[in-house]
Write a protein that binds this ligand. Structure first.
Ligand code: SAH
Ligand code: SF4
Length: 394
């Protein structure tokens, strides 16, 4: 039994488990870390610097994972590198394609823990939805991932690895290819990215590096359920677009559906958003709002949403998400006319409020439908997990 108030639901960073074969994984290391790894294996500093630069380019610009294919590295040195280092990807357990073209992959880390990633192709862009944790320590009541018991943080290698796997399957190497399909990244898969801050930051820095995957910070969005103390750091140290899972405009309802609200309330959250470094009218903060029938979808809710966004002078756009159902969920999707009416009220106040088209529902790839554990839990078990997580929130 957990004692309420005594436990912070933050995942303790896990020390990287060394590989059984003793080799060092290079994916997920920064350039200076690769340099240091090469130097500690015996290269002199000058050679380490040159090799690190070359290897970085092969890994992130060309998608190469075999040292023997690195043609600008001396043939004799290639096996030396292969004995000491490895460039790998998460393993693919299953890959599915939806009738609407959305693709979902179930992936596996070296310890067997599973997580998912989703690719959503559109006419003018392709968005990769990336996971940051296995499961989630939070338990938003409408989210399938929140019912998962097992949680660990994904490593930088596993986060960057998702982007690399997507490039592999879209045949998009080298990175400089014009007109590529993967144009945007959203940290909206499994997990709360701001509870895995260091790994998410380190991974996104690699993803943004110009001599590599080279995705601009303007094409990356990080979504948080409202981990207030980490929002300023996200702006300063990562600098990507911010999305906030607001979902309710009163304390009573947000406490219920996003229990983290009991720890960091609405006012605190909106104030942190107003201070988000880099947010302005050209780069707005996205407020996600899941439409739950009879719960948060009234005209009054829409008007209160407008009032709050204006009161905090937020450069905001609102993303209305029809609730995506999952087995055992306690909510229903608001009727389309309700969603439309809600959207109109927000639009008329001068705030953009598009309705998100659900994608990949047939393969359980839509927002809030990701869950990797194969075990099916009963309603009572789901409630117990929710209670434990709430107790941990204090
Ligand atoms: N943990 C982060 C990011 C992952 S969830 C967060 O909560 O922001 C991505 C988005 O999907 C969030 O806005 C989340 O609230 C929303 N979501 C979760 N479950 C959903 C469901 N069943 N239907 C629609 N949206 C959902
Ligand atoms: Fe976690 Fe986000 Fe799901 Fe909430 S909505 S349980 S924070 S993944």
């Amino acid at each position: 039994m957990q004692i309420p108030g005594h436990i912070e639901p933050v995942v303790t960073p896990r020390v990287q488990v060394p590989r059984a074969d003793g080799r060092v994984e290079l994916v997920g290391l920064s350039k200076p870390e690769i340099r240091a790894a090469l130097a500690s294996a015996g290269l002199d500093l000058k050679a380490a610097r040159l090799r690190a630069k070359q290897i970085w380019h092969w890994i992130y610009n060309r998608g190469v994972s075999d040292f023997a294919a690195m043609t600008d590295i001396a043939k004799v040195q290639q096996p030396w590198l292969a004995e000491r280092f490895v460039i790998s990807r998460p393993a693919i357990v299953t890959a599915q394609t939806s009738t609407d073209g959305t693709r979902k992959w179930l992936l596996k880390g070296a310890d067997g823990e599973e997580f998912e990633m989703v690719f959503i192709p559109d006419a003018d862009r392709g968005t990769l939805c990336v996971s940051s944790q296995v499961g989630c320590t939070l338990n938003c009541r409408f989210c399938y991932t929140g019912t998962m018991r097992l949680v660990r943080n994904l490593s930088p290698a596993e986060i960057v690895g998702q982007v690399m796997l997507a490039r592999d399957s879209l045949s998009e190497w080298p990175s400089s290819t014009e007109g590529r399909l993967l144009t945007n990244i959203v940290m909206m898969g499994m997990g709360e990215p701001l509870y895995n801050f260091d790994n998410v930051r380190d991974a996104l820095k690699i993803v943004m590096d110009g001599d590599g995957l080279a995705l601009s910070k303007r094409r990356i969005t990080l979504s948080t359920s409202g981990v207030v103390p980490m929002i300023a750091r996200a702006g300063e140290e990562i600098g990507v677009n911010l999305a906030v899972s607001l979902h309710a405009v009163t304390k009573e309802i947000r406490d219920e559906i996003v229990p983290l609200n009991r720890k960091y309330g609405l006012e605190e959250l909106l104030a942190a958003c107003a201070a988000y470094p880099g947010a302005n009218n050209a780069r707005r903060i996205t407020f996600e709002y899941v439409m739950l029938a009879g719960k948060n979808d009234s005209d009054d809710d829409a008007r209160e949403l407008v009032r709050l966004l204006k009161a905090y002078r937020l450069p905001a756009k609102v993303n209305l998400i029809p609730f995506n159902p999952w087995p055992g969920a306690a909510y229903e999707t608001s009727p389309p006319e309700r969603v439309k009416a809600f959207s109109n009220i927000v639009f008329e106040a001068g705030i953009s409020a598009p309705i998100r088209t659900p994608r990949g529902r047939d393969i359980m790839a839509a927002c809030g439908q990701l869950k990797s554990a194969s075990v099916k839990l009963s309603r009572a078990e789901l409630d117990r997990i929710a209670e434990d997580k709430q107790a941990a929130l204090g």
